[in-house]
Design a protein around this ligand. Structure first.
Ligand code: UDX
Length: 428
């Protein structure tokens, strides 16, 4: 078992730290936020992530997981340092690497001979090579190695994705270094792709961009389905059984959002243009995604007879997807704001993200039925299972008109029409 430092206790860093401790490693996780560190020391996890809290408690109880303020002490006397910091999107679409650079600067003096600095933060191709340069600028001897080990964690299932990965990708110039990083994951028995740093970094962007394109593709197909009276849900099933296509990421909806797909798709377009390649395929997928949000706003407007002025709209679901309280680049939040901007009064309910949405100034109510009282349209914007369990008959009785815009195809159109709704789905 190894001694591992993790820099950053966000959802990637904390999941990495807790899961590596679960695998038996001795992990020390450093974060700049002293208050967060205090909470974590007591086992309090503020991120809504299935299974994470219990793994943190397990690690603390077994004394295999420690939390500490700052990056530097997380890099002392360890064999590996994982950098899991934010790489937000800069104004020009490129990734802002200042947090990563700062993390490297802070860990540099604490590194010992043979330590491997592993970047898990999503960062442009060439970043690991630049990290090596930053380390030597900071006076670190060449005996410290660098590697890329991109994360493929989905919010809401991050722990499962870490412990049952489809693959582990490790990029290092020295195969022995890659082998040492791979050994941390031995217990997982997952396929390991060992490659050079640039290919590892590229594999992360290409994966997320591909998923984004797949969703944009099915959303485009959904729009055609509406015109030709086909049902995109059946079309997706008809496609998905083909193993060359696969059934996942074929759910038509309001378009992709969240902290990763939009940022990574934009960043890859940027990486391409910096390399003098116009990634028009991906640019179009991004445009299709933006238009998909327009389509949902138009459906809500149409449900109210063409104008949202003085309309009352009930919104169910604000998180960027089910299973998380994350509102970053949420299509649901964007659509809600646009409905309000067109003159509607909104009452929004989300089973988990309500508090976070209130903090953003969104008009949140604590109860899904309260949201419906007197509303002219009910718009379902996040695919929460909890919403499926609700009494739609009761919601219908509370609405001022029986208009349902189901942007996630969460409900059965036949059943909804049978109970009296005027139903609008996506591509069905
Ligand atoms: C994504 C990648 O899946 C993950 O591998 C990477 O490490 C981080 O980025 P995440 O941001 O958690 O994970 O979101 P994901 O579950 O992929 O969903 C992204 C968006 O696509 C959401 O807005 C979701 O609602 C939407 N989506 C997904 C669809 O509209 N239809 C689908 O069929 C699937």
């Amino acid at each position: 078992m190894s001694k591992v430092g993790v820099v950053g206790a966000g959802y990637v860093g904390l999941t990495t730290a807790a899961c590596l401790a679960h695998l038996g490693h001795d992990v020390i996780c450093g974060d700049a936020d002293a208050e967060k560190v205090e909470q974590l020391k007591e086992g309090k996890v503020s991120i809504h992530e299935d299974g994470l809290s219990s793994l943190v408690s397990e690690g603390l109880a077994a004394r295999r997981l420690q939390f500490i303020v700052g990056a530097s002490d997380a890099a002392r006397d360890v064999e590996y340092v994982f950098l899991c910091v934010n790489t937000p999107q800069a104004a020009d679409g490129s990734a802002d690497l200042s947090a990563l650079r700062e993390a490297v600067r802070q860990v540099a003096p604490a590194l010992s001979q043979g330590t491997i600095v592993v970047n898990k933060s999503t960062a442009p191709v060439g970043t690991v090579a630049r990290m090596a340069g930053w380390l030597s600028e900071a006076g670190v001897r060449s005996a410290v190695a660098v590697a890329s080990n991109p994360e493929f964690l989905q919010e809401g299932t991050a722990v499962r994705d870490f412990l049952q990965p489809h693959r582990i990708v490790i990029g290092a110039d020295d195969p022995e270094v890659a082998g040492r990083v791979a050994s941390l994951y031995d217990a997982l028995q997952a396929p390991v792709v060992v490659t050079d740093p640039a290919s590892a970094e590229m594999s992360k962007y290409a994966s997320n961009a591909f998923l984004a394109m797949k969703i944009s593709f099915i959303n485009a197909v959904a729009n055609i389905c509406e015109a030709v009276d086909a049902d995109v849900r059946d079309v997706a099933r008809g496609m998905g059984y083909d193993p060359r296509i696969g059934p996942q990421y074929l759910d038509a909806g309001p378009g992709w959002g969240g902290p990763c797909l939009p940022k990574d798709a934009m960043a890859l377009v940027r990486i391409a243009s910096d390399s003098k390649y116009d990634f028009d395929l991906l640019r179009t997928a991004i445009e299709v995604n933006a238009r998909q949000r327009d389509q949902i706003v138009a459906k809500v407007r149409d449900a109210r007879g063409g104008s949202l002025v003085d309309a009352r709209v009930a919104v169910w679901g604000l998180a960027f997807k089910a299973g998380t309280d994350d509102l970053r680049d949420s299509a649901a939040v964007d659509i809600t704001r646009r409905i309000i901007a067109e003159g509607a009064t909104v009452a929004a309910f989300d089973p988990v993200a309500g508090e976070a949405a209130l903090a953003l100034g969104l008009p949140v109510v604590p109860d899904p039925y309260e949201a419906c009282a007197g509303a002219h349209v009910l718009a379902v914007l996040t695919e929460w299972d909890e919403l499926r369990q609700l009494d739609l008959g009761r919601a219908l009785d509370l609405l001022a008109s029986p208009e349902l815009v189901d942007a996630r195809n969460l409900f059965d159109p036949v059943e909804m029409r049978r109970i009296g709704f005027s139903y609008r789905g996506v591509g069905c």
